[in-house]
Design a protein around this ligand. Structure first.
Ligand code: AMP
Ligand code: MG
Length: 419
């Protein structure tokens, strides 16, 4: 296996001490390869999983030409310039076909989804016809082929409809079911082990001693990871003690594709987290040109990729969404890419320093004219977790950009679809 440091250094413009967010993403991406292991699961259980096979229809859907409306099936060749009067020769219902073949001057009453009677090519909706004594009067203006669904118009026999890497959402479950398929091959779930580091951390259920804070990062991580559909293992709070850290990292690496830690990766940290990462595996310690979330470690311990996130609660969420999420989706084999960025007008001036990418917490709204606008949630400190709760988007302010005036266009990343 190629060393991570070599892969990272091969990236043009790679500078671990002032790393552009795009370069950090590229370095991570270059090191990862999607997991290949797969398992077969029943269709319903495949919701949110990643397809590991081609879905190739063994049948056409629909299987026959059929009617799209309630009405009368007829032969377009019989239609006159003005009104046309046809003889009602029978009925075709959904699930019960018309037995014969339509002769000249005949029509068949049909309900939606009925197999098109042999000989018929057009359906006239029942609302426009007049029926009397078995004779059906059709008004002028009908088009050949109208209100008919052709066999295979949804799915064609032999033509792959879903490819590996596809996230299976409600529509895909229905598509698979419409082919009569009961089980699909999906990629194995990505396994993620995580823990918090720091001597100041208290777990819920214990009283806070002076200088302690409750560990919130494991809860946001739990939420973020659960939403991604990974298999997660919460290894708790690990004290800043070399033996405990070593045991936790070894345990995590045993059974995980990725390890996520929070805390202990800042420059001034006089603790054991960074040395332990470097001792047990390979770790790059980055200073990323971003705010929040400057320090971050990326590496590998055994077969598990390591994401050493900063300790500050907002920095944890930002680095997770900007780097870890994408990495885990890539490991999972998903091909659906990053959620789209929108553009909105800044509703107020935004403080910004050129030379780093900022992820300000924003509230996206529509003004009275219906235009998309965005304001910040106020205080943007990386310890102010409330800002993430109040926000509905990140305001993504590009690396080169300086202060933003009110009314300028900015890019926003809505939380919907991301978080
Ligand atoms: P660090 O990155 O370890 O220097 O931590 C930066 C800040 O984040 C400090 O104020 C820590 O107390 C805080 N912090 C670290 N870990 C957690 C955690 N798990 N939950 C809440 N706050 C944390
Ligand atoms: Mg610390």
């Amino acid at each position: 296996m190629k060393r991570i440091i070599e892969i990272a250094h091969a990236i043009e413009g790679y500078d671990p001490d002032a790393l552009h967010v795009d370069k950090a993403r590229a370095a991570i991406r270059a090191c990862l390869a999607p997991l290949t292991a797969a398992e077969r699961v029943p269709v319903r259980a495949a919701l949110g999983r990643v397809l590991a096979e081609d879905i190739v229809p063994a049948i056409d859907v629909p299987g026959h030409d059929n009617t799209a409306m309630d009405g009368y099936a007829l032969r377009a060749a019989d239609l006159r310039e003005g009104e046309t009067v046809l003889e009602e020769a029978g009925a075709a219902l959904a699930g019960r076909a018309f037995a014969g073949t339509l002769g000249a001057g005949q029509c068949v009453r049909v309900t939606t989804g009925a197999v098109m009677p042999a000989g018929a090519d057009t359906v006239v909706v029942q609302e426009v016809v007049k029926v009397k004594d078995g004779r059906v009067t059709i008004p002028p203006g009908q088009m050949r082929g109208q209100n008919v669904r052709t066999a295979g118009e949804d799915l064609k026999k032999g033509v792959a409809v879903l490819r590996p890497g596809r996230l299976l959402q409600p529509a895909e479950l229905g598509l698979v079911a419409s082919l009569g398929i009961g089980e699909v091959a999906v990629r194995r779930r990505v396994r993620v082990a995580f823990f918090s580091t720091g001597d100041e951390l208290a777990s819920i259920g214990t009283a806070l001693k002076p200088g302690e804070v409750y560990d919130s990062n494991r809860y946001t991580l739990h939420g973020m990871l659960a939403r991604l559909g990974v298999e997660l293992r919460d290894l708790g709070v690990v004290r800043d003690d070399p033996q405990k850290l070593e045991a936790a990292f070894r345990d995590a690496a045993q059974n995980a594709d990725a390890i996520i830690t929070t805390g202990g990766v800042s420059v001034g940290e006089a603790d054991f987290v960074k040395p332990m990462m470097a001792k047990l595996g390979e770790a790059l310690f980055w200073r990323i040109a971003m705010r929040p979330g400057r320090p971050m470690a990326f590496g590998r311990i055994g077969d598990a990729f390591l994401f050493g996130l900063p300790g500050n609660p907002v920095a944890v969420m930002v680095t997770f969404y900007q780097f870890v999420r994408e990495a885990l989706l890539h490991l999972a084999g998903r091909e659906d890419g990053a959620p789209p960025l929108l553009e909105a007008a800044a509703a107020e001036p935004l403080r910004k320093v050129a030379g780093r990418t900022e992820y300000q917490r924003g509230v996206l709204f529509r003004d009275a004219q219906g235009g998309l606008k965005v304001r910040t949630t106020g205080q943007q400190g990386s310890g102010v977790l409330r800002s993430m709760s109040e926000a509905n988007c990140f305001i993504v302010l590009e690396h080169e950009r300086g202060r933003v005036q009110a009314g300028e266009t900015v890019r926003v990343q809505p939380f919907e679809g991301l978080v």
